[in-house]
Design a protein around this ligand. Structure first.
Ligand code: PFF
Length: 370
């Protein structure tokens, strides 16, 4: 049994789709991971290899995934049934996507939860007037406190669920229309501030002057792996999102726009972080702690440092949220399409809540729509 005969939600516009798909692509991978792996692999040459992987491998696979979704008009598993036949071995690809996105969400929510915690710490001024050693220790205290980590991870997941419950248009698209422009403005602000600092020119040099002697085989593998991760490939996300597209959509143009936006934001984030690092005379190869340990120390040394720190962690939280909703949507679409589950359970006469009708719930009214 499947839900293929039920009316399917569509994006309100192609622009809305681009925002949602770019929202999926632009996430912790761009702002947290890309800068630190670029730092570890020595900058320019790695960036060139990464750009080649995006153009030669990422974009063609992105187009293929969009095509499967648009033609199949079902979830990541069901699209292969439509395009091939029931029980086709290709369904395995869809299954891998559903499983991968679900597992990914559990780890993603942990790091995203850290960024929620940092937003609150920055807003409360906890990071101010601290020595670098104390700021580094704050990160250690956070990750070694199960209560704090689970609380923020839980809150992040609840927020993700609330948005996905709103449906394709009323939840995901509406949210992306707010989160993506906000993300762009925040990043541009921080980028402008970073570039004006003494580290601006060294950061540009580090990112765009290629020294191929610094490249290792591991760098090539990391660039390729990251091209998949950053474009949300192989996780059923792009298949699922494209299944809500109108059948006439031009996939080449859409794929290019998504990849360009994603690459632009990654380069901007890395340049921002490296300018701040170079301004403080720090080498950018400090690994995964770069964003949570090194960056706050450096940002707080700049004028309006506490505002910049707050903006940066808000940026990280927004980026994570627009990606996590896409991960959850893969599983939700599978359950709705293949198992005929309603997105929101309805019980006649039920009140608001899990047994009530979502669109009647005043709390979620602003998000409801589809
Ligand atoms: N593209 C996201 C990032 O760069 O952070 C990560 C991601 C999102 C991977 C959604 C896979 C996915 F399905």
């Amino acid at each position: 049994m499947n839900g293929s005969n039920r009316p399917r939600a569509l994006w309100a516009s192609r622009f809305g789709f681009v925002l949602a798909a770019a929202g999926s692509a632009i996430g912790l991978g761009n702002i947290w991971k890309f800068p630190y792996i670029t730092g570890q692999h020595g900058g320019g040459a790695f960036v060139l290899v990464y750009l080649a992987c995006i153009a030669l491998v990422g974009v063609p696979i992105l187009m293929a995934e969009l095509l499967i979704g648009r033609q199949g008009r079902r979830d990541a598993v069901g699209s292969f049934v439509v395009l091939e036949r029931p029980r086709s071995p290709w369904m395995l690809v869809g299954w891998v996507g559903v499983t991968a996105s679900f597992i990914l969400l559990s780890f993603y929510a942990v790091v995203a939860g850290w960024s929620f915690d940092y937003v609150v710490m920055a807003a409360r001024g906890v990071l101010q007037d601290r020595s670098p050693v104390e700021i580094e220790a704050l990160f250690g205290a956070l990750v070694s406190s199960p209560v704090r980590v689970i609380f923020w991870q839980g809150l992040f997941i609840v927020t993700t669920v609330a948005i996905v419950l709103g449906g394709v248009r009323g939840g995901i698209e509406r949210c992306s229309r707010i989160l993506m422009p906000a993300l762009f403005v925040l990043l541009l602000l921080l980028f402008g501030r970073g570039l004006l600092s003494a580290g601006g020119v060294p950061a540009l040099r580090f990112m765009f002057q290629a020294d191929f002697s610094a490249l290792s085989p591991q760098a090539l593998l990391d660039a390729l792996g990251h091209a998949f991760f950053t474009l949300s490939l192989g996780a059923g996300t792009m298949i699922t999102y494209a299944s809500y597209l109108d059948p006439e959509a031009d996939l080449g143009g859409l794929a290019l726009r998504i990849a360009l936006l994603d690459t632009f934001m990654a380069l901007l984030a890395a340049l921002t972080i490296f300018s701040v690092a170079f301004a403080a005379g720090i080498e950018p190869g400090s690994g995964p702690g770069l964003v949570f340990q090194t960056l706050p120390i450096l940002l707080l040394e700049l004028p309006f440092g506490s505002v910049l720190t707050l903006l940066f962690f808000l940026l990280l939280a927004f980026a994570a949220l627009s990606s996590s909703i896409s991960m959850l949507e893969v599983t939700v679409a599978y359950l709705v399409d293949e198992k005929t589950w309603p997105r929101w359970r309805y019980r006649a006469g039920g009140g608001c809540g899990f047994s009530g009708r979502f669109t009647q719930c005043p709390v979620f009214q602003p998000l409801a729509g589809v």
